[in-house]
Design a protein around this ligand. Sequence first.
Ligand code: TYM
Length: 332
Amino acid sequence: MSERRVFSGIQPTAGSFQLGNYLGAIRHWVRLQETYQAFYCVVDLHSLTVPQDPAELRTATMTAYAQILAAGVDPARSVPFVQSHVAEHAQLTWVLQGLTGFGEASRMTQFKDKSTRGGAESASVGLFTYPMLMAADILLYRTHAVPVGEDQRQHLELTRDLAQRFNSRFGDTFVVPEAHIVKETAKILDLQDPTAKMSKSQPGGCVFLLDPPKVIAKKIRSAVTDSETEVRFDPAAKPGVSNLLTILAALTARDVETVAKAYQGSGYGALKADAADAVLAFAEPFAARVRELLDDPGELARVMADGAARAREVAAPVLATAYQRVGLVPAG
Ligand code: TYM
């Protein structure tokens, strides 16, 4: 087994993962567990940065964990765990907050977007320091590669800056991680507004993988395209059609140009129908597997506890080193 480590995380908030999560990130998690020591995390603490319902968060966390396993993350090959089970994440966050400039944190575009959406006054301090928690997640595992979608790139840059800053002030402690962003699927677009990324905050154009098959198929069949009829991969001029081609190519393990050629002369209807079929061919067995896993909460909790114990084994000594390097006196 390689000594190189991969880490990634996903928020449990929506209950169901969406297609962008799967194509942009989780699919790559599954692949990377073959060649890296892999740590995959349901980041429940991140969900506390916006108002949440306690019962819903508990259910969503269990469901998110089940979805990671159902997608193919294998506890025998990787370490799937829940963030709040490993206290070191919150502890290292505090150290990193002291190293982050106020202006630097203010420049995070995701914070700017999210805080302006609900009104700047109602945004929490947690939303502001969110990227430092994400940096702590990554740095605790001395991570080399972080598979994420394009929207996380800026947070990864901040993580790299913090690792470098810590290392140069206090001595070599953290690995400076690389973002692992797979260009083809780095930004799956909203089906109703193909100028925006697919996101749970715009449910109309977002495919939730645990939705009923009929709902999923209808969303894809009614995807916004354009007023032409020609199927062509051209993200600038034809974002809607190109997005459907990207989705279909990724799910059928083909190159996007090959897929585009297959629909020359056949119009958008056939492309939409086939894209819907390809999504369902993944989503239906996926949802069935999630239900099966959730039907045995005792076993799920056991796998979770085992993941947390293995994560802690790696995280605890790294935190101890960081505490010691910044000048905190050990308890005993
Ligand atoms: P989250 O929960 O919003 O999304 C999980 C992953 O899905 C990717 N993603 C997309 N990829 C392509 N197209 C889309 N439309 C799309 N929408 C979402 C995201 O880029 C992400 O990789 N802050 C993170 C979670 C996090 C994390 C971490 C990630 C916390 N700590 C440490 C990596 C490492 C987030 O909110 O992702």
